[in-house]
Structure formats: structure tokens, C-alpha cells
Design a protein around this ligand. Sequence first.
Ligand code: ZN
Length: 176
Amino acid sequence: MSRLIEAVSYAARKHVHQRRKGANAEPYVNHVIDVAERVSRSPLADEDVVIAALLHDVVEDTDGTAADIALMFGDRVAGLVLEVTDDKSLPKARRKEVQEQTAGLKSDGAKRIKLADKASNLTALAESPPVYWEPSRSAAYVAWAERVVAGCRGIDPVLEAGFDTAAVRAKAALGL
Ligand code: ZN
């Protein structure tokens, strides 16, 4: 089995009980496939980065571990996943601050995953906003995503353009 298919299958099993917050409540795995598809559009992204994109929320949101990922997909993929994994021992607001402060320090591969992840989230916000989010919360999310992405710029024109398109769409959908 190809590593890519193995990664899709592993992500689908790990996220099996999760749904997205949006009104459509899509299966969570749709999100990680979307992020990986976006990353794969960059001519600068290699297979390890696409696989790490498929697995980018496994350690943060499931019982999967970096050690499991290293065994299955190698140390580089596990390292990329850890670079984009929030420290869950911190309160949510602090985790969001840390993302802003550390985005610029990440490897180029991790920056590509972050660019695609934020683009995916803003597209979801435009197409299927969480029903219980006030407009001000959505607006704050867009502004925060833009601040995180500011630290990821300068390395990947394709993924930056993809993020910018998603941000324009999200703002239009939210009337910002
Ligand atoms: Zn994500």
C-alpha cells in the first residue's frame, strides 16, 4: 500500500468519531484530506509534508502518538506533525497566542501545513460556519488566522495565494 493511502486510512480511523464544528458537521477526516490536497498543490511540497498534512491533527485531537507516526511514516513526518501540534496542557487562549508567536520559527514544511490548514479553516468558515458562532467570533478567527499566517509567509507562493483567496472569501461571506 502506498504511504499516502496508508496515511489517509490511518487518519480516517483515528478521526472516526469526530465531526467539524460547521453547520454541515462534516466528518473530520474531510478537513485533513482538504489540507493535504492544498499542500499537494505546491510544487515545493514533498510526500512527507503531504503525509504530515493528513496527520496534522492526530496527536492533538486523537489517541494517536508521535511515536506511532514515527514507526509508520518515519521521524521526519512525526517531527512535522509535532511542529503543528498545540500543547494541550495550555489554556485555549494561550495556545492561540503561542501559534502566533511561533509560526515564524517553524520549518518550511510545517509552515506549508499551517498555510493550508488556515486556508481550509477559513474556507469552512465561509461555506459552513459554526451555527453557535457570533459574527464577532468569526471575524476574530479570521484576524487571528491572518496573524498566524503572517509568520508563514515568504516560502511558498502557491500556498500563500491559496490562503489569501480563502481569506477574501471568508471576509466576503462574513460581510467584513
Ligand atoms: Zn486542521
